[in-house]
Design a protein around this ligand. Structure first.
Ligand code: SF4
Length: 697
């Protein structure tokens, strides 16, 4: 038996450490007891990882126009066709669409190629669908995209508020950590704010099943009520913040009575929540897609942050506004500039920052303005503005809103390149060029989890067939496009070191992301790197558990900002024709579009087909019985799902899981029903709220 390889789980943003043991042909996985995220525990998905490692369905050879080719031919073709389109139509005619599944080193090279050398910022990522609103919230409040908290805060808080988060299913190990802490400290309270009664409510002290999309009013109400009781932290506000008066003025209309009416909650529940806040020393708000996936997602995030700033519940143990990311490396993507509105190392498109990155990269064609975010990017493919798109490690034909339109756009796009692990995804089926990528267990790099902890993903399997690392594929194409020396990488450690150096380049402590202490790591040191939370620099040589302990933020004056928040309901209200509200989300045992978790029988046993959760009274009005097939339709598309009647649903709303796709079931892609409505500030789609009609199939 070999010594265990320590790596990280490829699924959710908790980022658990995984110990992999190989013996002969057998591979087993267990939790890595040394990893700070999970201390040896794995959830059901993580513990089934060894069952997903077979090569069935894998893409193992490059393909161009349906023919298998060797790597030189594939790389030449990608470089030539991209260069032709750029020469004819300019750099804005091409785009990359990446993924929170990519490792930081892959992401870094993709971003550098597009923004520094091709000269457009048209690289966005499926992380746009998961946490773009949280990024805007943090940047507006703190002056930087900086998650203040640590997982340890879950154990130290007095009130844990899960808002728009079914952590019990979507972030299971973190939720279990919370539950264990609560057993040890029974005085700790757990509040769940969610229109649905999810598994996370099972042990909650208070569940606020509010009207979908009304969260900001609840947090405004809490801010106003605490102010009225004289329970704000006036010293903190005065010393460390700006904007409190305007935020309080915007909140003052939100009396408990008005909050109860607007959020459609019993007044007693609203006041019970406010009293819990008043009585507790520490509060921690854990928020996720239910907050972010909204046409006012950024404002909801700032309503949460306002409350923490005004209460002085930030920068100390057990406190803070804590955005939980969905993917294993959503945070790494943020760090390297994987979002179209960021440059690299958390820098934006201000003239000085653009010039700084240009000089560091010695980039000939630096992008000077933000590019297209995910929804706009595929709109631009549809209208022919973007004529070449390279999609890496993601399946937008299943996961983007208005997914049928995305499929049609890709069908008509002159050049679609897909880097993929699997041969037959709904998106790969539309590619002119398919490039076989390495999967988890085969690739080497780093990821950052929700608490800013950078961990290594390590290979323990040889590359199968002709599959190659994404950073290598991108570098080879870049070299063939004439950008040679800047992409002459031989090993991912060189890329990580460059990324770390850029984070510290001319950084006077004004940028949140700084891992300059890791610049210059050689291969050996990078191989052995143990998990640590950024920043890692001269001030924090071994990382930093909790940000803002000194009350200094990243705005130039060192102060945080409270913002006046005017709550808004979702953009499209139900109508006579589409009278219910469709909400989408994860289930416990599946991951994204099921390319990996769909392989294991024991994970499929939990829930084996798409379902539509309905309140029994809504079902009765529609003459739908439990277990019957239903047809769900919106203005954008339709699907079939089996009715599941449950009082866990609010009346008037239905829930459908996001995972199913054409590989598993006919007419089962829920995102084909979701309108392409986005938050104007974050570009994040409103995937939690689509007016829908449900009928018997
Ligand atoms: Fe993997 Fe998330 Fe489960 Fe941890 S909680 S084992 S990271 S899926």
């Amino acid at each position: 038996m070999s010594a265990p390889h320590c790596t990280t789980c490829p699924y959710c943003g908790v980022g658990c450490g995984v110990a992999v043991t190989t013996q002969g042909d057998g591979i087993s996985v267990s939790g890595d007891a040394t990893h700070p995220a999970n201390g040896g525990r794995l959830c059901v998905k993580g513990s089934a990882l060894a069952e997903t490692l077979d090569l069935q369905g894998r893409l193992l050879q490059p393909q161009v126009d349906g023919h298998q080719v060797d790597w030189p031919q594939a790389l030449e073709t990608v470089a030539r066709r991209f260069a032709q389109i750029i020469a004819q139509h300019g750099p804005q005619a091409v785009a990359f669409y990446a993924s929170g599944q990519l490792l930081t080193e892959d992401y870094y090279v993709a971003n550098k190629l597009m923004k520094g050398f091709i000269g457009a910022a048209n690289i966005d990522t499926n992380s746009r669908l998961c946490m773009a609103s949280a990024v805007v919230g943090y940047k507006r409040a703190f002056g930087g995209d900086a998650v203040p908290c640590s997982y340890q805060d879950v154990e130290l808080t007095d009130v844990a508020i899960l808002c728009g988060s079914n952590a019990a299913w979507a972030h299971p190990i973190l939720y279990q950590r919370l539950m264990r802490a609560r057993q040890q400290r029974p005085a700790m309270k757990v509040v769940v704010i969610d229109p649905r009664a999810t598994a996370s409510c099972d042990d909650a002290d208070l569940h606020l099943a509010l009207r979908p999309g009304s969260d900001a009013a609840l947090f405004n109400g809490a801010l106003h009520w605490l102010a009225q009781q004289g329970l704000l932290d006036e010293t903190f506000l005065q010393r460390h913040t700006e904007g409190a008066s305007a935020a309080l003025q915007a909140a003052q209309a939100w009396t408990p009575q008005r909050v109860a009416q607007y959020c459609q909650l019993p007044l007693a529940q609203v006041t019970a929540f406010f009293h819990l806040l008043a009585e507790a020393k520490n509060w921690l708000t854990l928020y996720s897609m239910g907050v972010n996936q909204s046409s006012s997602g950024a404002d909801k995030c700032n309503a949460i942050i306002n409350l923490h700033l005004a209460g002085g519940r930030i920068g100390r143990a057990g406190c803070g506004p804590f955005s939980l990311t969905g993917q294993p490396n959503a945070m790494g993507g943020r760090e390297v500039g994987g979002l179209a509105n960021q440059l690299a190392a958390h820098m934006g498109f201000g003239e000085e920052e653009v010039d700084r990155v240009r000089r560091f990269w010695q980039a000939p064609n630096i992008a000077r303005r933000p590019g297209l975010n995910a929804v706009d990017l595929f709109r631009a493919v549809a209208d022919g503005t973007v004529k070449a798109v390279w999609i890496m490690g993601t399946n937008p034909v299943v996961s983007l809103p208005d997914a049928d339109r995305v499929r049609q756009a890709l069908k008509e796009c002159p050049l679609v390149v897909v880097s993929e692990v699997m041969a037959d995804t709904d998106t790969a089926a539309l590619a002119h060029i398919r490039l076989p990528a390495l999967a988890w267990g085969e690739k080497e790099g780093s990821v950052t989890n929700s608490e800013r902890c950078i961990s290594r993903q390590r290979a323990f399997l040889p590359p199968p067939g002709e599959a190659r690392a994404d950073w290598w594929i991108l570098s080879q194409v870049a070299q063939r496009m004439g950008y040679g020396a800047a992409f002459d990488y031989r090993h991912p450690a060189e890329i990580f070191s460059e990324h770390a150096a850029l984070s510290g380049f001319e950084n006077q402590g004004t940028r949140a992301f700084d891992i300059s202490g890791l610049a210059g790591l050689d291969r050996q040191a990078w191989r052995q790197m143990t998990p640590l939370q950024w920043p890692v620099n001269a001030q924090y040589p071994t990382g930093c558990q909790r940000l803002f302990a000194d009350g200094r933020f990243f705005h130039p004056d060192g102060k945080a900002r409270l913002l006046p928040i005017a709550p808004r309901l979702p953009q499209h209200a139900p109508t006579l024709r589409y009278p219910l509200v469709l909400n989408t989300g994860r289930i416990r045992d599946q991951w994204h579009t099921m390319t990996r978790t769909g392989k294991t029988a024991r994970l499929m046993r939990h829930i084996s087909e798409p379902f539509c959760a309905l309140h029994p009274q809504d079902a009765a009005a529609l003459d739908i019985a439990d277990g019957e097939l239903t047809r769900l339709a919106t203005r954008h598309g339709w699907m079939i799902a089996r009715a599941q009647l449950t009082t866990d649903q609010r009346r008037g709303s239905v829930f459908v899981p996001m995972h199913w796709n054409d590989r598993f079931t006919a007419q089962g892609r829920v995102d084909s029903l979701i309108p392409p409505v986005v938050d104007a500030l974050s570009g994040q789609p409103e995937s939690k709220h689509a007016p829908v009609r449900v009928s018997r199939w």
